[in-house]
Design a protein around this ligand. Structure first.
Ligand code: ACM
Ligand code: ZN
Length: 633
């Protein structure tokens, strides 16, 4: 009787233990737990480069073998086995998150697990970067990509071109938005109105020393030929002419500057990858610039895309000659990819797939899953974001192999989260946007797909610990989540009923086509989520309820987001008919909101009557209208 009771109790304790006290992010390949209080402070044994572990990991890909480890934690202390110091370091990161005794056997799924910080749009200093590296390394992120240069400020000391920092690192306007509103003016180091800053070479050396300790590679990005307004401001001889802000690939002065900058950058950064940007260059000036035209003629380049490709190839030769690999945004595919380049795929996943089909390597950073400048919770309660809504769960749901060519394996290096900073004015806000979503990206990069379960509970513990450690992370306990209409759907009596369009939707935003307004599926926080149908014209549709019946309410919720040009209708009309021919107007709903802001506004009205056909009309005020469902009751 007593032993039975005991057994029952220990069984119960086991269940409780399994259900909680487990907080690894990213989740290891294998994890077992044992009784007792773990002693994570005493190292009992450390075997790095031992024969037994080399044998155990022999079948893994080379990068995984290098980063693999085995960790055992008991009440007496812990033991580590690894093939390299990197593997040993990762064992210690797992150790920090051990809440029970047990063992972990672990290695990464992908070799490249990155995070990008844009320190141009709003400068972030050395101490801030050091602080973030600590958190990122605890997630086993091993690549920190620094977006060091862009229109809004040059952020790294270059001795051969000192105006890049004495002028181009300083601007007028306390934040990016104000700088844009004031006409994008630059300033001068030490001037009273100057806002900005840059990393000195001493700062960079300190960052790199810490990065080495944390087994992080720091990738410098020097943007070219677009996003270079600040360079052309400081050294106008590298632009096409007055008033153009892309670098001029026709002028030798441009290559002299770029090579000189890259030379100093490569002297500082040991990174095997040098990122040269390459995105979003406005090539219009090149079409009329005499130097660009002369270059195109001399090099037999058919168009401006090939002229960009000429610049990238020439820079690649220079970078390769210094023993480094060129990395660039997926636009470097246009006009022909350089022979050895690695592509960072951001405009979806096609760029990565294309690069891999051409035999190149790719790093995946598709905007839909990896752009952390999007808001992470209900936009009506969040600071202003950019480009929509990206929840923790959606970031975590990313599967990098999806849409990749057969056998992409070795060429798909991994994943990266990107944090652009146009709308992130303070360091606290940067941390808020980074965490916990960086943990989702880290798990996508490290953990096997079968080990992604239970993420919410594990990451909540990790994030709570981070907040306790002084980081301004988003508090998951306060997450509101996706819009209720999206989560739960909408009930009403027109669900499944046929909708006839007097005018079709805008072809870019079809949502579920004819089914959209009566499928019971509400839109989410973001107009781009496939639930919202977009129109540049009137919305004018007729719903057939199949039988004549009493109708007492008709309405629809419109999304308003002034940034991308989405506004509420000027007015909405509701019409009823018994036969589908003679309609009688039963409601006009004017827009009474004076100042548009991000919102979700119901245009609905009680109506009186009986009908088989309901006509719903919305007249646009300006720009787009977006509607998810027409509710009839
Ligand atoms: C990018 O987001 N322009 C790479
Ligand atoms: Zn030019």
């Amino acid at each position: 009787m007593r032993t039975q009771m005991k057994r029952l109790l220990s069984l119960l304790a086991g269940v409780v233990l399994c259900a909680s006290a487990y907080s690894q992010v990213p989740n290891p390949v294998q994890m077992t737990r044992a009784d007792g209080t773990p002693n994570i402070h005493k190292e009992l044994s450390r075997k790095v480069g031992g024969k037994a572990f080399a044998q155990k990991t022999a079948a893994l890909p080379a990068f995984a073998r290098e980063e693999a480890y085995e960790l055992t934690v008991t009440p007496k202390g812990y033991k580590v086995q690894a093939n390299t110091e990197t593997g040993y370091f990762y064992a210690l990161q797992t150790l920090q998150q051990m809440e029970t005794c047990g063992t972990a056997y672990d290695y990464p799924r992908f070799q490249y697990r990155g995070f990008m910080l844009d320190i141009s749009r709003h400068f972030r200093d050395k101490d801030f970067i050091l602080k973030q590296m600590k958190a990122l390394s605890s997630l086993k992120i091993n690549q920190l990509h620094l977006h060091l240069t862009d229109d809004a400020g040059w952020r790294i000391q270059v001795d051969s071109y000192p105006l890049l920092t004495s002028q181009a690192a300083w601007r007028v306007g306390k934040n990016w938005q104000e700088w844009c509103n004031l006409g994008r003016l630059y300033s001068q180091e030490g001037a009273p109105e100057a806002v900005g800053g840059y990393l000195t070479k001493a700062d960079v050396r300190e960052i790199l020393a810490e990065a080495r300790r944390l087994h992080i590679n720091v990738i410098p990005e020097i943007e070219m030929p677009g996003h270079s307004r600040e360079v052309v401001f400081a050294y106008p001889e590298v632009g096409c002419r007055e008033g153009s802000y892309e670098l001029c690939p026709g002028k030798e002065a441009t290559f002299k500057l770029l090579e000189s900058v890259l030379e100093e950058v490569m002297d500082l950064f040991p990174s095997p990858y040098i990122h040269i940007g390459g995105d979003e260059a406005d090539k219009d000036h090149w079409k009329t610039c005499p130097d660009c035209q002369a270059r195109m003629k001399a090099e037999e380049l058919a168009n401006v895309e090939e002229l960009q490709s000429y610049l990238v190839r020439r820079i690649e030769r220079f970078v390769n000659a210094h023993g480094r690999q060129l990395l660039g945004w997926d636009e470097i595919l246009e006009g022909g990819l350089s022979p050895n380049a690695t592509v960072m795929s951001w405009r979806g996943t096609q760029g990565g797939a294309e690069a891999i089909s051409q035999g190149h390597d790719a790093v995946m950073t598709p905007g839909r899953f990896c752009y952390l400048d999007k808001v992470q919770d209900a936009p009506i309660y969040e600071p202003e974001g950019f480009g929509g809504y990206l929840s923790l769960d959606v970031a975590h749901s990313y599967e990098p192999l999806e849409g990749m060519p057969e056998g992409a394996g070795g060429h798909l290096l991994g994943v990266q989260g990107n944090l652009w900073h146009e709308r992130i004015p303070t360091p606290e806000h940067t941390e808020y946007m980074m965490y916990p979503r960086a943990a989702a990206i880290a798990e996508v990069g490290w953990s096997q797909p079968s080990r992604k379960d239970g993420f919410r509970e594990r990451v909540t513990r990790w994030n709570d610990a981070l907040i306790a450690d002084g980081y301004h992370a988003f508090d998951l306990h306060k997450e509101y989540g996706e819009r209720p209409a999206f989560r739960n759907g909408i009930q009403h009596k027109a669900i499944g009923k046929k909708v006839t369009y007097n005018q079709l939707w805008n072809r870019s935003y079809p949502a579920a086509r004819e089914a959209t307004f009566t499928d019971g599926q509400g839109g989410g926080w973001s107009y781009g989520d496939g639930r919202w149908q977009g129109f540049l014209s009137d919305i004018d549709v007729v719903i057939d309820l199949e039988t004549e019946q009493p109708v007492h309410f008709v309405g629809g919720t419109f999304l308003c987001e002034p940034g991308p040009g989405i506004f509420l209708p000027k007015s909405v009309e509701v019409w009823l008919s018994a036969d589908g021919k003679d309609f009688r107007q039963v409601a006009t709903i004017p827009n009474e909101i004076q100042k548009p802001s991000q919102s979700y506004v119901l245009f609905g009205a009680p109506v009186t009557g009986s009908a088989r056909y309901v006509r719903f009309v919305a007249h646009p005020a300006r720009g787009f209208q977006f509607l998810d469902e027409i509710v009839v009751n």
